[in-house]
Design a protein around this ligand. Structure first.
Ligand code: TPP
Ligand code: MG
Length: 318
């Protein structure tokens, strides 16, 4: 992998973590955030997978895929605006959360918060590309918990049957809210679940950004060539609670400590340094730039207006 791409993957992970840390702090300071889902520990997945897409592809990022939103060009100002319920957020104050953030001009389909309904929606986009003969790919994400919902199984069956240009990234963070993987399902090999419907699958270390990028890139290429859908299972750990209100006391401390030692950003930083791709000064600069960017974004989002109450019925279709 060329050095420029490796540095870019790292810089997006640093920006994502910096955003995430700031988001958690804002919530703790009571500064008006809505649903706050930390993606700490998931940066290699959201960035590695997002980077594998081309400019004309579409993606529906899940609640822990902040890096994918940023990579697709959704500005930190707009995302903080959404979390604060401001008119400048993509949902225009309708959904102060990390879903409801679609923007088709950036190739982003808003994640449907009812799990796993983003899967059939994304498959619909993939089928449209297939019918029109466009060389485009539709990608989305699902958690381990989401793989237990009926829509996951129906989507995968149809995607494989019609060889849709569809890529699914399964984020196996080993918990669905407070339920550990082995209490969710009898077969805990999530790639096998997808393979049973006929998708090409691969299981990767979800804390290794380059491994995620390579696996998802191969899946995107396969879909674009017309060789059908894939599911990539990326194994990681949710490092904070389900959402900010949840202290995750039910997760064994030793498990979290073990995964802290595999932190995706720290690991990648060490690899880049060992290979002489970056210097400590480069990394300090990267962190400084990210902090400045996020500080500016928070100030802009806090100063932005709330939606005009007279617009409340706009976007209501039923
Ligand atoms: C149909 C439905 N039921 C419940 C929820 C509430 N909910 C949101 S995320 C979540 C847990 C999902 O776990 P998993 O799929 O493993 O994703 P993770 O949060 O671990 O990334 C739940 C229960 C929902 N969004 N939709
Ligand atoms: Mg999970």
């Amino acid at each position: 992998m060329d050095s420029e791409l490796r540095i870019s993957l790292h810089a997006w992970m640093v920006l994502t973590r910096t955003f995430d840390d700031a988001m958690v702090n804002l919530w703790k300071q009571g500064r008006g955030l809505g649903g706050t889902f930390s993606e700490r520990g998931h940066e290699a997945i959201s960035v590695g997978a997002g980077m594998a897409l081309g400019p004309d592809d579409v993606v529906a990022p899940m609640h822990r895929d902040l890096g994918t939103y940023l990579l697709r060009g959704m500005s930190p100002e707009r995302i903080f605006g959404n979390l604060l319920g401001k008119a400048t957020g993509p949902s225009r104050g309708r959904d102060a959360n990390l879903h409801g953030m679609g923007d088709l001009s950036l190739g982003i389909i808003g994640y449907v918060s009812h799990i796993p309904q983003a899967l059939p929606t994304t498959l619909g986009a993939a089928m449209a590309f297939r019918y029109r003969g466009e060389p485009r790919v539709a990608m989305t994400f699902v958690g381990d918990g989401g793989t237990c919902s009926g829509g996951f199984h129906e989507t995968l069956n149809m995607a494989a049957l019609y060889r849709a240009p569809f890529v699914l990234v399964i984020e196996n963070n080993q918990y669905a809210y407070s339920t550990p993987l082995e209490q969710e399902m009898a077969v805990t090999d999530l790639a096998a679940r997808a393979a049973s419907y006929g998708l090409a699958t691969e299981r990767v270390d979800g804390n290794d950004v380059e491994a995620v990028y390579r696996a998802v890139s191969a899946a995107v290429d396969r879909a674009r060539r017309g060789d059908g859908p894939s599911a990539i299972e990326a194994v990681t750990m949710r490092m904070l609670g389900h959402a900010i209100h949840d202290g995750a006391e039910y997760v064994p401390r030793e498990l979290l400590e073990e995964w802290e030692g595999r932190d995706p950003i720290e690991r990648h930083r060490r690899a880049l340094m060992a290979d002489g791709v970056v210097t400590a000064e480069d990394l300090d600069r990267m962190q400084r730039v990210a902090r400045e960017r996020i500080t500016e974004a928070i100030a802009a989002a806090e100063a932005a207006p709330f939606p005009d109450p007279s617009t409340v019925t706009e976007g209501v279709y039923a």
